[in-house]
Design a protein around this ligand. Structure first.
Ligand SMILES: NC(=O)c1ccc[n+]([C@@H]2O[C@H](COP(=O)([O-])OP(=O)(O)OC[C@H]3O[C@@H](n4cnc5c(N)ncnc54)[C@H](OP(=O)(O)O)[C@@H]3O)[C@@H](O)[C@H]2O)c1
Length: 451
């Protein structure tokens, strides 16, 4: 199929174009600048110079294609309504160019951003109750199905995430947290937002273009209902900032950077389901999921603990040994922004070649713990006193007792810490740097523990 793609150079479009090309389609992309044209040529697509306001270029692109994927969205207007007005005119031109041909016109819309307090599905008709909702355009574009266009709407969730995200909500929420010095959620933060990785969106857009019945709606939703509090916490932890609740009446002021009425969205409950779409298109998102991408993807700085200097303290002249007496080692606090509780570290060491071993003694007061962390070469823990807890990602929490030796395999996210009512002392040993992720929440820490 020769596919005309608007917005081919955008965040979603730059994933959709390679997806279409890899499936054997030819792509003609609307390009409004030399840079956009060059980017399209570099991916193997053919640029067609024009803009969303230029009806002639849109008409030519659509009329000479076997199908149209409309992803372009104008930016920079006030409160998104200018962008929607431009979009409306462009859709009318694209629909008219395909009238009576039976060819597909796929329109990327958005799941509802109106707080209905329930999960929106593919069966919900486009919401027209707000000037910034895309429902009016969905309904208008779907009407082309009665005029011989195989038109389909794909609703993208509020949080499309992945590499190259410059204008989406996640970079904006991160910026808001940085500016305010803390990451916020509204009230109890249980309101839900949906999400999907952009490569999963790209695959669904192709499937819809190839197979959608005329007049149908699909939801590119992978994570249907992520609590906003968890999103805020991942951002706070990633930036090393506290995460706190704000009152509903302060939402617009705190999130003003999101622009106009969108500043109220962090308090909205806007979950969406993709169940019918998964079933119809046999489309199963492969992720990563939203919180994993936030925690260890391209959005936030990663905290990698620097390797300590190689230990060059003098060796005993007679025995050749180096002995670090526990009572003569300085004790330092663990980084507060990631560890929970007053964890202290002493005897940090790193051996020289041919050894790669490094480690330290760690003392956890009751309920204190590390953040989630990962060691590329794995980590060993020798429990020297008290009682503790440890957990590998996706596994149960297990109890640790004095004398136990625990091993986390390379690449496994995990944490360790003290029991709720006892301290734990241990020696940690590893052969690589450590990468720190999110703080271990109270809820995670209090999950059932097996002995
Ligand atoms: N990203 C999300 O989280 C998300 C969520 C829900 C819905 N959506 C919807 O999905 C669609 C794609 O979003 P996106 O994130 O890929 O947007 P994006 O990254 O902002 O990309 C916008 C695209 O539109 C092009 N464009 C903008 N104004 C134009 C104009 N006047 N004439 C011609 N082209 C123009 C841009 O070209 P340049 O490269 O030249 O700037 C770019 O290719 C949009 O309809 C958006 O509303 C996105």
């Amino acid at each position: 199929m020769r596919v005309f793609v608007t917005g081919a150079t955008g965040f979603v479009g730059s994933a959709a174009v390679p997806e279409l090309l890899a499936a054997g389609h030819d792509v003609v992309g609307l390009a409004r600048s030399d840079a956009a044209a060059a980017a399209l040529v570099a991916t193997g697509a053919t640029p067609l110079r024009g803009t969303l306001d230029d009806a002639e270029s849109l008409r030519r692109g659509a009329a000479t294609a076997d199908g149209v994927l409309h992803l372009a969205i104008a930016r920079g207007g006030v409160d998104f309504t200018d962008a929607l007005e431009t979009d409306r005119r462009a859709l009318a031109v694209l629909g008219a160019a395909l009238e009576g041909t039976g060819r597909p016109l796929v329109f990327a819309s958005a799941t509802s951003m109106i707080d209905h307090g329930r999960v929106i599905t593919e069966h919900d008709v486009g919401d027209t109750s707000s000037p910034t909702s895309r429902g009016r355009d969905e309904n208008a574009v779907l009407a082309w199905a009665r005029r011989g266009v195989r038109v389909a709407v794909v609703r993208l969730p509020t949080l499309v995430h992945g590499d190259g995200d410059r204008h989406g909500f996640l970079p904006m929420l991160i910026e808001v947290a940085r500016t305010n010095g803390f990451s916020a959620f509204v009230g109890d933060g249980h309101n839900r937002w949906p999400g999907v990785h952009r490569h999963d969106v790209a695959r669904l857009l192709r499937l819809v273009l190839e197979n959608a019945p005329a007049g149908s709606r699909a939801h590119a939703v992978a994570d249907e209902e992520v609590a906003f509090r968890d999103i805020a916490r991942a951002i706070g932890d990633g930036l090393g900032l506290p995460t706190t609740s704000i009152d509903a009446e302060n939402t617009a002021e705190h999130f003003a950077h999101l622009g106009g009425s969108l500043a109220l969205l962090p308090g909205a409950d806007i979950p969406a389901s993709g169940a019918a779409t998964r079933k119809h298109y046999d489309w199963y998102p492969t992720g990563p999921d939203l919180l994993t991408d936030l925690r260890s993807g391209p959005y936030l700085p990663r905290v990698t603990v620097p390797e300590p200097p190689v230990d060059d303290r003098p060796h005993d002249q007679e025995t050749g040994m180096q002995v670090h007496r526990s009572d003569s080692e300085p004790t330092t606090p663990a980084p507060e922004q990631t560890f929970t509780g007053n964890v202290t570290i002493s005897g940090y060491f790193r051996r020289d070649d041919p050894s790669r071993l490094s480690g330290a003694r760690v003392m956890f007061p009751p309920a204190a713990r590390t953040p989630w962390k990962v060691n590329p070469a794995g980590q060993t823990i020798v429990v020297t006193g008290g009682a503790g807890r440890a957990q590998g990602e996706g596994e149960d929490i297990i109890e640790l007792r004095a004398g136990d030796l625990a091993w986390f395999p390379p690449g496994q996210w995990h944490w360790e810490g003290a029991a709720p009512d006892q301290e734990m002392t241990c020696i940690v040993l590893h052969e690589s740097t450590v990468e720190f992720g999110e703080r271990v929440t109270d809820e995670q820490y209090r999950s059932p523990c097996r002995s």
